[in-house]
Design a protein around this ligand. Structure first.
Ligand SMILES: *[C@@H]1O[C@H](CO)[C@@H](O)[C@H](O)[C@H]1NC(C)=O
Ligand SMILES: *[C@@H]1O[C@H](CO)[C@@H](O)[C@H](O)[C@H]1NC(C)=O
Length: 264
């Protein structure tokens, strides 16, 4: 199936990101403007008020399971001073926007098509909330909540999200948590070994990632090797100790898993 999303993602990869627009100077100008009128007049072209999610020149995060495209202060400077941003998720079959938070925004998510499962925990003590959004339905992720979205279907699915910050930010839970000092992570997890921490870190796929075994099996999709470019950068404070070798884990993509209990 040459799906919409396949064509779409190919067009992103094949086109524009290498030539991503640098809006830094324009954003500085807009932020320095004395009034909102000045800001409007600092954007002389009508096209500066259009962001094309299906042909973006910036703001794209891609993994093996799809993409999230974000129109924010960097990719769409017309939002400067307006406190709003918008994201579109293109989730391939079983594609999962991995658990994350937005440090500066509440998100309201509208499901365009497909069935998109969402899950959320708002804070310590808050119960887990899960939805299976049908086309035309929406949900809300309060600022700071941990949430995820997964396409439960075997066709691509689309969602649209409004965010009440022009710079909502995103914090991917697995990448950031495993990016803390390895002895801190090991102790937090009940004293697993540093080798295990290193091994787990090495596995974390970029978002949008391939989702659950159940979905992949139902849709007849083989789990493939996924890019891992979103892991936390190591500096001296969170460095892996020298002379320690990461544990290796079964990654599940050499052969289709047959049970829900994997070796890790
Ligand atoms: C973007 O442009 C600004 C100056 O307007 C410059 O300081 C910055 O380094 C540029 N960033 C990139 C990634 O080229
Ligand atoms: C959702 O819309 C996209 C774009 O038109 C299309 O490729 C995809 O197949 C649709 N998914 C479903 C489940 O209808």
């Amino acid at each position: 199936m040459l799906s919409f999303a396949t064509v779409f993602l190919a067009s992103i990869v094949g086109s524009s990101l290498g030539a991503a627009v640098n809006n830094t100077g324009l954003v500085d100008t807009l932020r320095d403007a004395a009034t909102a009128v000045d800001r409007v007049n600092d954007l002389p072209k009508d096209s500066q008020f259009v962001f094309d999610f299906f042909n973006p020149t910036a703001g794209v995060s891609t993994g093996a399971g799809g993409s999230v495209i974000l129109a924010n202060v960097a990719s769409f400077p017309a939002v400067v001073g307006n406190g709003a941003a918008m994201a579109v998720g293109i989730l391939e079959p079983c594609g999962m926007n991995t658990p994350h938070t937005h440090p500066r925004a509440t998100e309201i998510q509208f499901n365009v098509n497909g069935t998109i499962r969402t899950g959320m925990i708002t804070e310590n003590g808050g119960r887990f909330i899960m939805t299976d959004l049908q086309p035309g339905q929406m949900t809300i992720f309060p600022q700071g909540s941990i949430h995820f979205q997964i396409n439960e279907g075997c066709e691509p699915a689309l969602f649209v999200s409004g965010l009440n910050s022009e710079d909502p930010g995103a914090l991917q839970i697995a990448q950031r948590f495993l990016g803390l000092p390895p002895d801190i992570v090991a102790a937090t997890l009940g004293d697993i070994g540093i080798e295990e921490v290193m091994g787990l870190n090495d596995l974390i796929p970029d978002s949008v990632a391939l989702g659950t075994d159940e979905c992949l099996q139902r849709c007849g999709i083989t789990r493939t090797s996924q890019p891992t470019t979103q892991q936390q950068t190591r500096v001296s404070g969170n460095a892996f100790p020298s002379g320690v070798t990461a544990s290796t884990y079964a990654t599940g993509y050499q052969s289709a898993p047959t049970t829900s209990s994997k070796s890790h």
